[in-house]
Design a binder for this molecule. Structure first.
Ligand code: SAM
Length: 411
């Protein structure tokens, strides 16, 4: 049974809410130009940053939920989100909501969608599913049934069917079944948006680019003040900072985004997308950029970070240095760091204390630390002016922002 409701109106909520984003039931869409409901996914804790980013793009109906942010509008609204968002992981378009309780109702629901708006027999597809609190409990079964419904409908209409490609499909379909409500989505992004194309290699667990971007936004950095990462690893924080300061849209590194492979992406749309890319290139800032630097105790990391920055097309200076020998920046600025996760108070108190003594001496600086230990008790007299829990993959982290008081000159 197809259940039709109006898409929920944008709420004024400013914090992620504790309900699933996948329980709403919305109208199906026909692949036309306007009035789609989108869901941009984000790492846990970064949803408010993504909301602010999407609002700054003047998108409509922007609303935080757990795991991401809803917005609505034309296809172009989602193209812009894919091109410009630094925090989003994926942008999904909702195709419809249905009540399903068994294999047959699932199959029937998936068959009601006009799949040929997106898929031609010569294109490939992949379906993935998640479910909870529902009669149907096997995600593989759910994905299989939906795939059957799609290919059967297309074969009945045109005589041939599209094939499955699990690794690099032209059209990726996500199914969420929660309390017997199935929501079908198409992934507009293709590869996850955190992949910016500049990372040649890494050593220790690197931060994901979208998390580094969210940390920069949460820190209050103004994109003009000097910024340094004294444990830079592959350089994710300084490189993302330089990309943001230069206003280089993350999507510019993609030759093609996911939706550009769909059946409905015609010549007119391609021409508009070319304009959006050109507009993004025209917005790149090349003058009066901030001084951005990184250092690491490991020479291999320093070399890798420099190679990554070159690939990203940004100017960042890297040097080898122990964080415990770090000097203040030439003019007070931001220090942002993601120490190794085994650097916990209990395991390495001496190191941690030495690092903090250095940070406390950075008169007038703002020091931002992503600690892999969420219960970390900072060995500092200075308390964070604010902190937030963020997830680095599965690891719950605490991101603290410390404003080091300015000492009078000469002291
Ligand atoms: C978790 S990794 C940072 C990852 C980095 N944010 C990235 O995205 O690639 C921690 C880094 O701290 C560096 N490190 C460990 N001890 C250090 C020290 N005493 N001084 C400076 N860097 C150190 C390691 O070499 C490693 O590159």
């Amino acid at each position: 049974m197809v259940v039709r409701h109006r898409p929920a109106a944008a709420s004024k909520a400013v914090q992620p809410v504790e309900k699933s984003p996948f329980t709403r039931i919305v109208t199906g869409h026909d692949g036309g130009m306007d009035d789609h409901v989108f869901f941009a996914t984000a790492a846990s804790g970064t949803e408010p940053c993504l909301r602010d980013e999407l609002r700054a793009m003047r998108l409509r109906g922007v609303r935080c939920d757990r795991g991401g942010v809803h917005f609505s509008g034309s296809w172009e609204a989602a193209w812009r989100a894919c091109m410009h968002s630094r925090v989003a992981l994926r942008v999904l378009v909702e195709l419809g909501g249905f009540e399903v309780t068994d294999g047959q109702s699932l199959y029937d629901a998936a068959r009601t969608i006009d799949w040929r708006a997106y898929l031609r027999p010569e294109l490939t597809l992949a379906v993935s599913a998640v479910c909870r609190d529902s009669e149907l409990t096997h995600t593989n079964f759910i994905a299989q049934k939906i795939k059957d419904a799609i290919v059967d409908r297309i074969r009945d209409e045109v005589g041939t069917r599209p094939n499955v490609d699990r690794h690099d499909p032209d059209v990726a379909i996500f199914a969420h079944l929660v309390r017997n409500v199935l929501t079908l989505y198409l992934d507009m992004s293709g590869e996850s948006l955190h992949k910016r194309g500049w990372r040649a290699d890494h050593l220790e667990a690197p931060l994901k680019e979208n998390l580094a971007a969210a940390m920069l936004m949460l820190s209050g950095w103004d994109r003009r003040t000097p910024l340094h990462d004294p444990m830079c690893g592959s350089g994710t924080i300084p490189i993302e900072a330089a990309l943001w300061a230069s206003n280089i849209a993350p999507g510019l590194s993609r030759e093609r985004l996911g939706f550009e492979r769909w059946a409905n992406f015609d010549g007119q749309m391609a021409a508009r997308m070319a304009e959006i890319r050109q507009e993004a290139r025209d917005m790149i800032v090349t003058k009066a950029l901030p001084f951005i630097t990184g250092s690491d105790i490991d020479q291999r990391a320093v070399e890798m970070a420099a190679a990554n920055a070159m690939k990203a097309g940004v100017k960042v200076e890297f040097a080898r240095c122990d964080v415990r020998d770090m000097m203040p920046l030439v003019s007070p600025g931001f220090v942002m760091v993601n120490p190794p996760y085994d650097v916990r108070l209990e395991s390495n108190r001496e190191f941690y204390q030495a690092m903090w003594r250095r940070f406390e001496a950075l008169s007038g600086h703002v020091v931002c630390v992503l600690a892999g230990d969420p219960e970390v008790d900072y060995p500092s007299r200075i308390k964070p002016s604010r902190y937030q829990y963020l997830y680095n993959g599965d690891i719950k982290c605490r991101f603290g922002v410390f404003e080091i008081p300015a000492r009078p000159r000469g002291r």
